[in-house]
Write a protein that binds this ligand. Structure first.
Ligand SMILES: [Zn+2]
Length: 222
């Protein structure tokens, strides 16, 4: 099942945003693969083609797709990208959110083959195609994000304190609203704090999307 992931874009001083658009494409992270286009695996490509109409099949080869209402899929050889317009910010907001879907996993045989990927976003002028800005973020698409997150944390030495009983402690100042266990993670500096916080927020958004009740306080007892 595909899960749409929200990406937020913030911008200032771009003039009229309607003359700009955001191109998104997956690229390989490691230097030895970066020249190769990220292709969708034959299995998912065939499965999607069987479900799609002729109109929809224009983007069957695209690993990175969007739920944006105004999209444009482009293919430059085997390099696939999707373009959405940059829209004026809504009042009282400082960001613009676009939902993207990743239609293959990093482990897909015949596709990414366990290679790491980045989502590459470029801000471009509609008429000239001139690139005005560029941003990347590493993306991991997997069946069990929670399990893989824990494995990655362990690999990076960010193990949760709960992994070691003698260092485990519960928060006493703010008791959890539900039965979920809350753990405290020690970090070494601001950079690590920001990285861990981003992972946590990403996990929370994912869980809320899968289970809208997640993280809400239980109803009061009668
Ligand atoms: Zn696949």
């Amino acid at each position: 099942m595909l899960v749409a992931v929200p990406f937020r874009f913030s911008y200032t001083a771009v003039g009229d945003p309607r003359r700009l658009e955001i191109r998104a494409q997956p690229v390989y992270l490691d230097a030895q693969h970066v020249q190769n286009p990220v292709r969708r695996c034959p299995h998912h490509q065939d499965a999607a083609a069987a479900l799609m109409s002729n109109v929809q099949s224009q983007h069957v080869r695209h690993v990175l797709q969007t739920q944006h209402a105004r999209f444009r899929y482009e293919e430059n050889g085997d390099r696939c990208s999707v373009v959405v317009p940059l829209e004026p910010l809504q009042p009282a907001t400082d960001h613009y959110e676009v939902l993207y879907e990743f239609t293959c996993m990093n482990t897909c045989v015949g596709g990414m083959n366990r290679r790491r990927i980045l989502a590459l976003f470029t801000l471009e002028e509609c008429e000239t195609g001139q690139v005005l800005g560029r941003q990347t973020i590493e993306v991991k698409v997997c069946k069990c994000p929670h399990r893989d997150l824990k494995a990655d944390e362990k690999r990076l030495g960010l193990g949760r304190i709960g992994d070691k009983p003698d260092r485990k402690r519960r928060l006493t100042s703010s008791p959890p609203a539900s039965r979920e266990q809350r753990l405290v993670v020690e970090v070494d500096d601001e950079e690590m704090l920001q990285a861990v916080t981003e992972v946590r927020d990403s996990m929370r958004r994912y869980r809320r999307r899968v289970n809208p009740q997640h993280g809400q306080a239980p109803p009061p007892r009668q």
